[in-house]
Design a protein. Structure first.
Lengths: 217, 231
């Protein structure tokens, strides 16, 4: 993993406050927990029916009945609970999920999120993404600032099928921390060594710059 | 004192009750909770033209994939098939029909039919393409989708423990869709790793009560399909 991505993940970990119930999407978001201090009090939720998720386990130590929603073998911790899929999403839809961190293909300046389908190329189904994006109390996105072809992922309007409308509060990328505001994308922090013009050039929508300091991460 | 009926059955006989063209619910989220042995028997008996309702399409070489490979599956109602390239390829080639459903809404549609209800009302996906073709109902002035209850002819369930009456307990994250599916089909067949005498499960430990269950099959051995996937 690039240094910039690692710093993005470390920065995103500060999003998690003590006491929160949190769901982390598959891929980069899952790695956020590695940056929380030992004993940090929060509750991790997995869609397949578990709260209180411990470290993932290598195959030789795995319990064949105990995975997270990404299929990784995980361990229980004191206080873990298992439940069925209806219960799992009842928790999500009823407002008990404080935060979800998701990946993205596109995020629009009004907070629309597209992260489940690229017509003609990638259509595996949304799994639980729609409910997480639509109902978590706060939705933040972790993503590279541009796709593999260098195209901006932060755009004026999504062109791909939407996961949920106006759901994204904040975006952590390898270049910047950006909030979705009524005025559009607002630059809050910048990766060390970059200047704002580079972020502006890599963003597909106008970027509101801060009046004062621009902290680095 | 009366006693509770014995529902234990042989796998071959239980699966023989399923007809071609049946709608079949399969428990499981990935490997845990998938009734691999019952699926193998379904394939062995060559039941065809099946509509399968399952969270996912497993991975290649596992579970649902055997139904796909044998050409026995006509339609899949699911939430995510990304881990099975064969399922994606068959969808793209038009060889199977796939209906995608949001994961928790799939669970609720199944639960609703298991609870004798006609459907649920939800705003999930109301502004996305998943809303296409669904009836919109106004509740307190807010548009919500009518998601119809999902019932099946047969549910194939994997339990950790069953007693002979069909009281069930599931292990860890192998519970997932199994409890709802065990309520939502006309014929509910359970494969269990342990079949206990009546009283072997404490009443407070039971996740699915026996009246929902029709057949209990004891898994004589746990095949490698149930094991830890080596990636």
């Amino acid at each position: 993993m690039s240094n910039a991505k690692a710093r993005m993940i470390a920065r995103a970990a500060r999003e998690i406050a003590p006491g929160m119930v949190v769901n982390l999407g598959i891929g980069l978001p899952t790695k956020v927990v590695d940056h929380l201090p030992s004993g940090f009090p929060f509750c991790l939720h997995s869609e397949n029916g578990m709260t209180g998720i411990g470290p993932s386990l290598p195959a030789e130590r795995a319990d064949r009945n105990l995975i997270d929603a990404g299929g990784a073998y995980v361990s229980p911790i004191p206080g873990s609970a298992f439940f069925d899929s209806a219960m799992s999403f009842a928790l999500v839809r009823s407002g008990r999920l404080d935060l979800t961190m998701l990946g993205a293909f596109e995020v629009a300046q009004n907070g629309d999120l597209a992260n489940w389908k690229i017509p003609g190329k990638f259509s595996p189904g949304a799994g639980g993404a729609i409910e997480l994006a639509q109902k978590a109390r706060r939705v933040v996105v972790l993503t590279t600032h541009t796709d593999r072809a260098g195209k901006p992922k932060l755009v004026e309007g999504c062109t791909l099928p939407l996961t949920a409308l106006g759901c994204v509060g904040r975006i952590y990328t390898d270049m910047a921390v950006i909030d979705v505001t009524p005025e559009g994308f607002a630059l809050r922090e910048i990766a060390e060594g970059l200047d704002p013009d580079q972020v502006i050039a890599a963003t597909g929508a106008p970027l509101v710059l801060p009046q004062g300091d621009l902290p680095t991460f | 004192m009366t006693t509770l009926p014995d529902k234990t059955s042989e796998m071959e006989q239980a699966v023989a009750e399923i007809r071609d063209g049946a709608t079949v619910m399969l428990g499981g989220f990935g490997v845990p909770g998938t009734p691999f042995a019952l699926i193998r028997e379904l394939v062995r008996q060559g039941k065809r033209d099946l509509t399968v309702i399952k969270n996912d399409a497993n991975e290649q070489g596992l579970g649902v994939d055997h139904l796909l490979a044998a050409g026995l599956l006509r339609k899949l109602i699911t939430t995510h098939i990304g881990l099975n390239p064969r399922a994606v390829a068959m969808l793209n080639a038009g060889e199977i029909e796939v209906e995608f459903c949001a994961q928790g809404i799939l669970a609720e549609r199944i639960r609703a039919s298991g609870a004798g209800l006609s459907g649920i009302l939800t705003d999930i996906g109301a502004e996305t393409e998943l809303a296409a073709g669904k009836q919109i109902v106004s509740v307190d002035g807010r548009p919500v989708l009518l998601e119809r209850a999902l019932r099946a002819d047969v549910a194939l369930i994997h339990a950790d423990k069953a007693d002979r009456f069909g009281n069930l307990a599931y292990a860890a994250t192998a519970r997932n869709f199994n409890p709802m599916m065990a309520m939502a089909a006309d014929l509910v067949i359970v494969e269990a790793e342990h079949v206990l005498p009546l009283g072997g499960l404490a009443p407070d430990q039971i996740h699915t009560p026996g009246p929902f269950v029709d057949r209990v099959v004891h898994l004589q051995s746990i095949s490698e399909e149930y094991g830890v996937v080596q990636r």
